[in-house]
Design a protein around this ligand. Structure first.
Ligand code: ZN
Length: 170
């Protein structure tokens, strides 16, 4: 499913669908199998009144199976994405927008380069990857914690997780 992102925004088009998490190769990297979840997504284009800026509003919601960083058991994590993507028509315009708006367009918005051949499902997958928490955990772990990790331990040190990731690549 490919769109011309600027034209999509100008025409106020909308798309929606469902995505099998198991078919998302990039999102699924390092995640446990199987991935039974589905993500419901929608994409809507609009032109901002006043500035004339072209925007894509991305929404997605669904469960992704991850490994709990406290008990190391699978956890079906509910991801929710709601982001607005401001489309720049050139790299120069993108740089200018970023420079002008030093703090960015807001916490749930971002500027990106317009793409005449935007692969919609890749965009949805990108946003889901960005929404993944760094160290997901059960609110309450179902079983006893593994040896050496006391139940209710504070979250894993980001440095330890990073070291484990780096180690895994060799
Ligand atoms: Zn857990």
């Amino acid at each position: 499913m490919v769109i011309d992102s600027i034209a999509f925004a100008r025409l106020g088009h909308e798309l929606s669908g469902t995505l099998q998490v198991g078919s998302c190769n990039r999102l699924g990297q390092g995640l446990p199998l199987p991935q039974p979840g589905t993500v419901v997504w929608s994409l809507a284009g609009r032109i901002e009144p006043g500035t004339g800026g072209a925007w894509l509003d991305v929404r997605a919601q669904g469960a992704v199976r991850v490994v709990c960083q406290r008990c190391l058991q699978p956890l079906d994590l509910e991801l929710r994405v709601s982001r607005s993507l401001g489309l720049a028509e050139s790299q120069a315009q993108l740089d200018a927008l970023d420079a002008l708006d030093a703090e960015g367009p807001g916490p749930d918005a971002e500027y990106m380069l317009a793409d005449p051949h935007l692969e919609v499902l890749d965009l949805i997958e990108d946003e889901l990857i960005l929404a993944m928490p760094f160290a997901p955990r059960h609110e309450q772990c179902p079983g006893p914690a593994p040896d050496g990790v006391p139940a209710g331990a504070p979250e894993a040190s980001p440095f330890a997780v990073l070291a484990a990731l780096k180690h895994g690549k060799h």
